[in-house]
Write a protein that binds this ligand. Structure first.
Ligand code: GLA
Length: 393
């Protein structure tokens, strides 16, 4: 059965590649059929916090897993603990297998995965669809080693692969990412497949049958300006996303210190409105109360995780005053009013503008939790760089 599905997918990829299917490639019916990421994946990834610094090691990863549980973040939906670049030693062993870095992971990767699993969490790993990974130290990449690497990861208990794009030798992206998709499927283990190709080959046009998510841009950093520019690129791609295949505007910076809490609330709200993967990238072992309040906002998380799986789109954005709408599974509609500018502004829209029938509707402000009613106008005074988000019922 699985083989039949894969054969059918391969045929679809061939048709897409040949241009026969064109724009329908993103329709949910053709999404990667591995049953995973029916809602956008949530969890933790160390990259934004540690890069390749020595603090990225076994004790750190265990501490993160413990903290996901003890802070209630696991219960809020954060499920995956993902290791980024620099987990491996600089060369393969004599049999061609990847080897964990002995200093960072003295007991190997399987021991870490076992620990993460013992906490009721899932475990993810990183590689690149190239000869080496992205870090300048140049750890071995997966290109040409897809089957061997996927089998090793499955034997370690890996549940998630982030597959990067460095050192790809100019080889065709669709072929490189499809080869790893097939290698992951061949392991028989459900492994969420996160394509990290930075939007270079417009993955939204071909990756729905290949991966569970695809990066749409270059790397985020902990600044309002970078977060904003990624938002502006990713918001336009909503029609390509859906259950099992999401646009990925990169991992969260919430809590890393480079933005104000107002800006982090905006970052978190916009990512939820865009049905983005929600991967925490800050040191939750030392998180402030404000950071935890943002990351655990179950009302905002519910927008991201809504079963309808429709990415929000902009209704208007004149003068940096953005109105974003996201239809929800229960018939409610989420509306975010985002003030990009440097001074407080009133942002207004209406029930008809967001496609909601007339009549009296309840608005719940998902940050302040205040409730109000409206028969027409939806508006708020929004601080500089801030976002007000309502659930319209
Ligand atoms: C690339 C990716 C990042 C991160 C680094 C690791 O830049 O886009 O998310 O994985 O590589 O080296």
């Amino acid at each position: 059965m699985r083989r039949t599905v894969l054969t059918a997918l391969a045929a679809v990829v061939a048709l897409v590649g040949s241009g026969v299917l064109g724009a329908t490639a993103a329709s949910p019916a053709l999404a990667l059929d591995n049953g995973l990421a029916r809602t956008p994946q949530m969890g933790f990834n160390n990259w934004n916090l540690t890069h390749c610094r020595a603090q990225f090691n076994e004790a750190f990863v265990k501490g993160i897993a413990d903290t996901l549980v003890s802070t209630g973040l696991k219960d809020a939906g954060y499920q995956y603990v993902n290791l980024d670049d620099c987990w491996a030693a600089s060369s393969r062993d004599s049999k061609g297998n990847l080897v964990p870095d002995k200093t960072r992971f003295p007991h190997g990767i399987k021991a870490v995965a076992d620990y993460v699993h013992s906490k009721g969490l899932k475990f993810g790993l990183y590689s690149s669809a190239g000869t080496k990974t992205c870090n300048s130290a140049g750890f071995p990449g997966g290109l040409g080693h897809e089957k061997q690497d996927a089998a090793l990861w499955a034997s370690w208990g890996v549940d998630y692969l982030k597959y990067d794009n460095c050192n790809n030798q100019g080889q065709d992206a669709t072929k490189r990412y499809t080869a790893m998709r097939d290698a992951l499927a061949a392991t028989g283990r459900p492994i969420l497949y996160s394509i990290c190709e930075w939007g270079q080959n417009q993955p939204w046009t071909w990756a729905a049958p290949v991966g569970n998510s695809w990066r749409t841009t270059g790397d985020i950093n902990d600044s309002y300006s970078k977060m904003l520019s990624i938002y502006k690129a990713n918001i336009k791609l909503g029609k390509f996303a859906g259950p099992g295949h999401w646009n990925d505007p990169d991992m969260l910076e919430v809590g890393n210190g480079g933005m104000s809490d107002t800006e982090y609330r905006t970052h978190f709200t916009l990512w939820a409105m865009m049905s983005a993967p929600m991967l925490i990238g800050s040191d939750i072992r030392k998180a402030s109360a404000a950071t935890l309040t943002i990351l655990r906002n179950s009302d905002v998380i519910a927008l991201d995780q809504d079963a309808k799986g429709v990415q929000g789109n902009e209704i208007s954005s004149a003068n940096g005053l953005h109105v974003i709408r996201k239809p929800l599974a229960d018939g409610d509609t989420a509306v975010a009013l985002f003030n990009e500018t440097g001074s407080t502004a009133k942002i207004s829209t209406s029930l008809s503008a967001i496609g909601v029938s007339s009549g009296t509707h309840t608005l719940t402000d998902l940050w302040s939790k205040a409730k109000s009613t409206t028969t027409d106008t939806i508006s708020a005074s929004v601080p500089a760089h801030g976002t007000v988000v309502y659930r319209v019922h």
